[in-house]
Design a protein around this ligand. Structure first.
Ligand code: G3P
Ligand code: MG
Length: 248
């Protein structure tokens, strides 16, 4: 497996232009020429993996309450587009299964962020990897990531050869190298708005590619690239694409 990382990864699709984590958002990214997208996966009460970011439905849908309390049947009844813009009315919270189908059709790469609801760290990774293993063949264009070390450990146990990214919060864990080593992380994904040049250099010295979230400011994107960051997540792929050098 040789990870073929792009310079730009569309964040939750292209969520500056379309409602995040919907099929519409992924299609929008694709129309902009984006090669990879990052999306978040979590489980419904009946263990169906869906593409959604928050623990609750309130911000990005017309539903409410915890995702962990909703069934897939409930999720299918709700709408996830009009909060963003009237033109997206009717957009749905997609299942992982239908999302993978779309990504394969569009020939796109995927960073699947395993985003377990509290207490579902193992199950979320298990179910997501089970679905992936049935359909995803291009492992050079697949990166699994998580802030949850338990989810990453589960992914490692199930599919050691699939690339994993350790996600670090703005405040780094003092033992991040040890954790990245234990989890055999292929990349280190950091908060690119909070990080310093010294921090980026520490990861470069550690010998791993650096991916920075979430970079919507073109000057910041250029600076991070100069520091040696390999790729950025962005809500506005077209704007960031204009400023990044294609080789460095
Ligand atoms: O994976 C990068 C980024 O998406 C992590 O933060 O909160 O946007 O999922 P969040
Ligand atoms: Mg994410």
């Amino acid at each position: 497996m040789t990870l073929k990382l792009p310079k730009i990864i569309g964040h939750r699709g292209a969520c500056g232009y379309a409602p995040e984590n919907t099929l519409e958002s992924i299609k929008t990214a694709h129309e902009m020429g984006v090669e990879w997208v990052e999306i978040d996966v979590m489980l419904t009460r009946d263990l169906i993996p869906i593409i959604h970011h928050d623990d609750t439905l309130d911000r990005t849908t017309n539903g409410s309450g915890n995702v962990a309390d909703a069934t897939w049947e409930d999720i299918q009844q709700i709408e996830a587009g009009s909060w963003f813009a009237d033109g997206f009315a009717g957009a749905k919270v997609p299942s992982l299964e239908e999302t993978l189908e779309l990504l394969i059709d569009l020939d796109m790469g995927l960073n699947l962020e395993i985003k377990p609801t509290p207490g579902k760290e193992i199950e979320t990774a298990e179910v997501a990897l089970d679905f992936l293993s049935r359909v995803w063949e291009d492992h050079d264009r697949l990166l699994l990531s998580s802030f949850s070390h338990v989810s990453l450990e589960t992914a490692m146990d199930m599919a050691p050869e699939w690339a994993r990214a350790l996600l670090l919060e703005a405040e780094w864990l003092p033992n991040w190298k040890e954790i990245a080593g234990y989890l055999d992380a292929a990349t280190i994904n950091i908060d690119g708005n909070a990080c310093t040049r010294e921090q980026v250099e520490k990861i470069i010295d550690f010998g791993k590619p650096v991916i920075a979230y979430t970079i919507n400011n073109p000057q910041r994107a250029r600076l991070l690239q100069q520091w040696g960051v390999d790729a950025v997540f962005t809500d506005f792929p077209d704007i960031i694409n204009e400023v990044l050098l294609k080789v460095h």
